[in-house]
Design a protein around this ligand. Structure first.
Ligand SMILES: [Zn+2]
Length: 217
């Protein structure tokens, strides 16, 4: 029987056009236990972010749910020749262990490289991979993926796409803090605190003040 927070749904894969079953989280049922400063959120009885990556069991195409249908013909052919050609059919539906979630995320990261996804997609994917390594108590890989994530957040910050700049600035500060780059972290938190849009983002500004303060001490 499926975990009470989960349900199955049939979907069509945009790469192989086959049908498969994905498992989704009943978001209305979720109860927050704790929110970390890097936005990792602990819930009762389930890790919802384990299910953010959809993997087609037929062809191996994997992506964050928000990106799953965004695929060009060129990328589709890339996935077919580089992923599907070597794919051993296996299931990603049902409850995911940290190991299974990690496998899904690493596949998604590889498909993102083939699709040449935006920096922000890489930043988010790498951060979530770091969270899984943290759960698995693998500090080396956690730090490795935190660094990747930081590099992609900086690229996204410097890039032409428009995102929520305060949020990006905060994440760059936070990742620097986690990687023990204290001076860099303070610099980015200060940017948030003095940002022209600070009045629209009280939560982020307050978090930044707390983080800045904790680094000063
Ligand atoms: Zn497929």
């Amino acid at each position: 029987m499926l975990n009470k927070y989960l349900y199955d749904k049939k979907i069509i894969c945009p790469v192989c056009k086959g049908e498969f079953i994905m498992t989704k989280v009943k978001t209305s049922q979720l109860k927050v236990i704790e929110r970390k400063s890097d936005f990792y959120t602990k819930y009762e009885g389930i890790e919802p972010f384990f299910y953010d990556v959809i993997v087609c069991s037929n062809c191996g195409y994997a992506a964050l749910e928000s990106e799953f249908d965004k695929i060009t013909d060129i990328s589709r052919n890339e996935i077919l020749s580089k992923v599907t050609a070597n794919w051993v059919k296996r299931e990603f539906s049902g409850e995911r262990t940290p190991q299974k979630a990690l496998e899904a995320y690493l596949l998604s990261l590889y498909c993102s490289q083939l699709k040449k996804d935006k920096d922000i997609v890489f930043a988010k994917t790498c951060l979530r991979i770091a969270w899984i390594y943290r759960m698995l108590l693998d500090k080396d890989n956690e730090n490795k993926y935190l660094k990747f994530s930081l590099d992609f957040y900086i690229k996204a910050y410097n890039g032409i796409d428009v995102y929520d700049e305060i949020q990006l600035t905060y994440m760059i500060g936070e990742l620097n803090k986690m990687l023990d780059n204290k001076e860099e972290a303070k610099k980015w938190f200060s940017k948030v605190i003095s940002h022209p849009d600070r009045h629209k983002n009280n939560l982020i500004v307050n978090l930044s003040r707390d983080e800045w303060q904790s680094l000063k001490e």
